[in-house]
Ligand binder design. Structure first.
Ligand code: BLA
Length: 507
């Protein structure tokens, strides 16, 4: 794997970003030796940050002055991250009081990070109001839109985006608020590869990342390797960790000077990010970051509730559909009307763009669907795939190149059996996803394909996403497949009753 800072665009997926070996210089970092607590490693700026003559290594932290050691010592044994306000001030005119952030690194070292403390804030009223807003949001759209506004009010960044990941890790700017003169990114899509897996794992553990000034000169750890273990410091949980140069280049190309990014966790996985951009350097002190982390936690809980509510709604729609089919059989001697009387009942539970019914040699469609002959051929092919009752793909043309001409309206299909006859089925369609996206209103021209990080940009990301997802639909979720199965089973029951009834009538 490429060491930190040595990755290029073809291997950046494996860059060891947690072994950065350097920090952002708005703070200072020290590691302490177990036993006597002597300073083992220091960021190159540590002595000047504290207005002392360096180097500091070998010294006991008591020698750093003020109340530093007296405040820190009682917390040494604790495993979780501690934020400890100090009376100690940083060097320079108007030297601000410092916060010490204390944690035990994965690689074993005791780590102290020093950064400017903020003014004492009383955020209780604001938090209460924001939590209220979050918990009363009744849809994902409402929730994310109001969270973007909330985070902008709270943090003062120029642009706040809610990124949402799909099941394949591709991202979408789902909500955005920004200074009016800035270009809109709302609706932009970008490929999973823009945020490597290693970074995603890291963001599940370290939920708030601050990049203060994109033009910073990293302060290296001295010595780089731990004298105790001979290893790199695992900086996964360091607040001051240097960001990957590739990502920094990306932000520079966008003209961004500072970022704050907060993880949104839902059901134990990284659901998305709240990403804040500023066009001048910007620092946010620990207490405010803690408020952001807390709100993100509440938002994650609300997202989980809304998602399970949506799932419940879909199941309810299917139950209603079943009820109406039975009514139709009784009233009209047929059940098909209930499926097709509104697009809502058949398409909504699966979020499909079209659907078709193949029954007793006849066909009915709703929404956007391929032509009759094409559906017939598709049905014949699907008949062999339906051994398990349900079949789903979000890349039909990859599964069977003969169906490439269907890509526009049917990149994705789900089929469910509705009787014992293998060629009787319901098929749902989803169109190609690049056809459902607009690029901030600007006509889209693919940029060049080079390996040069200086060409990274949202526009290039979008082009790459375009290439990756060409010929595919949005993926069908487990819930979508479950809904297809449920509808298939309902129809199977109704068809059996219907056929029994017909035999009765015929006698
Ligand atoms: C990290 N890349 C990220 C992050 C975002 C993006 C949001 C997380 C940053 C954080 O949490 O602090 C991507 N940012 C975007 C996109 C937009 C944006 C798409 O504003 C569009 C509006 N990045 C690439 C490529 C590579 C890459 C091609 O685009 C590698 C080949 C690497 N991205 C990369 C790395 C990180 C990253 C290594 C981790 C940065 C870090 O935490 O050190």
């Amino acid at each position: 794997s490429p060491a930190f800072g040595t990755a290029n665009l073809s291997n950046c997926e494996r860059e060891q970003i947690h072994l950065a070996g350097s920090i952002q210089p708005h703070g200072a970092l020290l590691t302490l030796r177990d036993g006597d607590f002597a300073i083992m490693q220091e960021s190159a700026n540590a002595a000047s940050f504290l207005g002392m003559a360096g180097p500091l290594r070998g010294l006991h932290p008591r020698r750093l002055g003020g109340d530093l050691w007296a405040r820190i010592e009682p917390h040494i044994a604790q495993r979780s991250i501690q934020s400890i306000p100090l009376a100690l001030r940083c060097a320079g005119p108007g030297g601000a009081p410092l916060n010490a952030l204390l944690h035990r690194a994965g690689s074993g070292e005791l780590v102290i990070e020093l950064e400017r403390a903020g003014p004492i804030i009383d955020a209780a009223a604001a938090i209460e109001r924001d939590v209220d807003t979050i918990l009363s949001a009744s849809s994902l759209r409402e929730l994310c839109d109001s969270c973007a506004v909330m985070f902008r009010d709270l943090t003062g960044y120029d642009r706040v985006m809610v990124y949402r990941f799909d099941d394949e890790g591709h991202g979408e700017v789902f909500s955005e608020t920004r200074r009016p003169e800035l270009e809109a990114f709302l609706g932009n899509r970008y490929p999973a590869s823009d945020i490597p897996q290693i970074a995603r794992r890291l963001y599940e553990r370290n939920r708030v990342r601050l990049l203060v000034d994109i033009d910073y000169t990293p302060a290296p750890l001295e010595p780089r390797l731990s004298p105790a273990t001979g290893d790199e410091l695992d900086m996964s949980l360091c607040f001051l960790r240097s960001a990957s140069p590739i990502h920094i280049q990306y932000l520079k190309n966008m003209g961004v000077a500072g970022t704050l990014v907060v993880s949104l966790m839902v059901g134990g996985r990284l659901w998305g990010l709240i990403s804040c951009h500023h066009y001048a350097p910007r620092f946010l002190h620990f207490e405010m970051r803690a408020v952001c982390e807390l709100l993100a936690e509440v938002i994650g809980t609300r997202i989980a509730a809304l998602e399970s509510f949506a799932q419940g709604q879909a199941e309810l729609t299917v139950r209603r559909l079943e009820h109406r089919m039975i009514q139709s059989v009784c009233r009209e001697g047929d059940w098909r009307g209930a499926l097709f009387d509104s697009a809502q009942s058949l398409l909504l539970p699966l979020n499909a763009t079209g659907a078709a019914l193949l029954f007793e040699g006849k066909m009915r469609t709703i929404g956007e669907a391929p032509g009759t002959e094409q559906i017939r051929e598709l049905g014949a092919w699907l008949a062999h795939k339906l051994t398990d009752g349900v079949f789903a793909t979000s890349a039909l043309a990859t599964e069977e190149p003969a169906f490439t001409p269907l890509t526009g309206v049917a990149s994705g299909v789900v089929a469910a059996r509705i009787s014992n006859e293998p060629d009787e089925m319901l098929i749902w369609f989803r169109k190609e996803r690049i056809r459902t996206v607009t690029w901030g209103g600007i006509p889209f021209k693919p940029p060049s394909d080079s390996d040069d990080p200086s060409e990274l940009s949202p526009r290039r990301s979008f082009a790459q996403w375009h290439q990756v997802v060409e010929g595919t639909s949005d993926p069908w979720s487990a819930a979508d497949r479950a809904a297809a199965r449920l509808i298939g089973e309902s129809v199977t029951d109704v068809v059996m009753q219907f056929r029994a009834l017909r035999i009765l009538i015929a006698q």
